[in-house]
Write a protein of this length. Structure first.
Length: 368
């Protein structure tokens, strides 16, 4: 069937927004890619943001229609059916899911709406009020693995995922006072000209966003000539990649340096998440930059996640399932969404109580 003009605009926008980040796609490009004149656009959308949000709303409508189609004769069967639908949707609607990932960062109300859908489904299946720990353990790991597998960053073994979900990950119990820590801050890099520029970039990107900051603003911030920037960096994108690398290194160093060696593996996991939250609470601008970088320098952010993945693979022991890669990604999903919920959505405040409750899930899985 021949597509109408609005459908052509929407398809063109999906293609472009799923390949590039929001700020770099123009209305003229959307129209040109659709084979239409620029003026036609305004018959259907008042601006680029309205079109972008239309795509976000459309994906939510799709999810509402499909996610509730789970079936089963008991809670476990219903959950597995729901998980299958979510994993399939991540692949089936990959371009829209990619767009939504940026959308949830730019327009948080859509993330809140998706969260409400997930919680409503969990409450219907589990027949109880869902708390933040339920949500993070079940949905955080589900969403992260679904997305990463749709990008082919991991080969999803669904049966391993179900095993972790229902049986837990670690054998250990909590035996120590985990949060009585003498936290040692990491030493700052030597402040040379290159580092001065990087520090300025971190400050400015976190304040205004990557796209709105010009190179001359970075150099002016520290009283240097624009030409100095190009001695160290070939482009603003190359500059952002170096910032991501430094944030990755600092985060992992802070966590590894402050985890007591005498803890068992479950305790180390809980303390690791606690330190992750502590680090980004003190350096919230870092987390802002990493989230935006996911859409600007995707390959570098993939390396960011791979560095954490390799850390897990090298340190996973005393676990119930020997598929270390899926276990690692499962745990990374929990940390990722814990960070978003704690640092940006403020859905819980007492991180110690949250983490101690989470430890029960990590040991025993979902109690059905």
């Amino acid at each position: 069937m021949k597509k109408n003009v609005k459908e052509k605009l929407i398809d063109s926008a999906i293609e472009l927004f799923s390949k590039r980040w929001y700020e770099t796609v123009s209305i003229a490009e959307i129209c040109r890619n659709a084979g239409l004149s620029n003026g036609v656009f305004y018959n259907y959308f008042k601006n680029k943001q309205e079109l972008f949000e239309y795509l976000l709303e459309n994906l939510l409508k799709i999810f509402k229609k499909e996610f509730y189609n789970y079936n089963g004769s008991n809670k476990k069967e219903k959950l597995i059916s729901f998980f299958e639908i979510v994993f399939e949707a991540a692949k089936k609607y990959k371009p829209l899911v990619t767009i939504f990932r940026e959308g949830q960062y730019r327009f948080p109300k859509y993330e809140k709406e998706l969260r409400e859908i997930y919680i409503d489904i969990l409450e219907k299946i589990l027949e109880k009020e869902v708390d933040e720990v339920d949500y993070i353990y079940i949905i955080g790991s589900l969403r992260f693995l679904g997305i990463m597998s749709s990008y082919d960053w991991v080969n999803l073994d669904k049966y391993t995922f179900y095993d972790l979900m229902f049986n837990g990950i670690f054998y250990n119990n909590i035996n120590h006072d985990l949060f009585n820590l003498n936290i040692e801050e990491c030493l700052e890099q030597q402040i040379n000209t290159k580092q001065l520029l990087i520090n300025a970039g971190i400050e400015l990107f976190s304040q205004k966003g990557y796209h709105k900051v010009k190179i001359f603003e970075i150099t002016n911030y520290v009283g240097l000539a624009v030409g100095t920037f190009y001695i160290y960096f070939s482009s603003k994108e190359d500059f952002l990649k170096e910032i991501v690398r430094q944030i990755s290194y600092k985060t992992r160093l802070f966590i590894s340096k402050n985890i007591p060696k005498h803890l068992n593996r479950l305790e180390k996991e809980i303390v690791g998440i606690y330190l992750f939250l502590e680090f980004f609470s003190k350096n919230r601008n870092y987390y802002e930059i990493i989230r935006e970088s996911e859409f600007v320098v995707k390959d570098e952010v993939k390396k960011y996640y791979e560095a954490f993945l390799n850390g897990y693979l090298n340190n996973l022991n005393d676990i119930k399932n020997d598929n270390k890669k899926i276990v690692s990604m499962f745990l990374m999903g929990i940390s990722h969404y814990t960070g978003i919920e704690y640092l940006f959505e403020n859905t819980f405040k007492d991180k110690k109580a949250f983490l101690l409750s989470l430890s029960n899930y990590l040991k025993d899985g979902i109690n059905l």
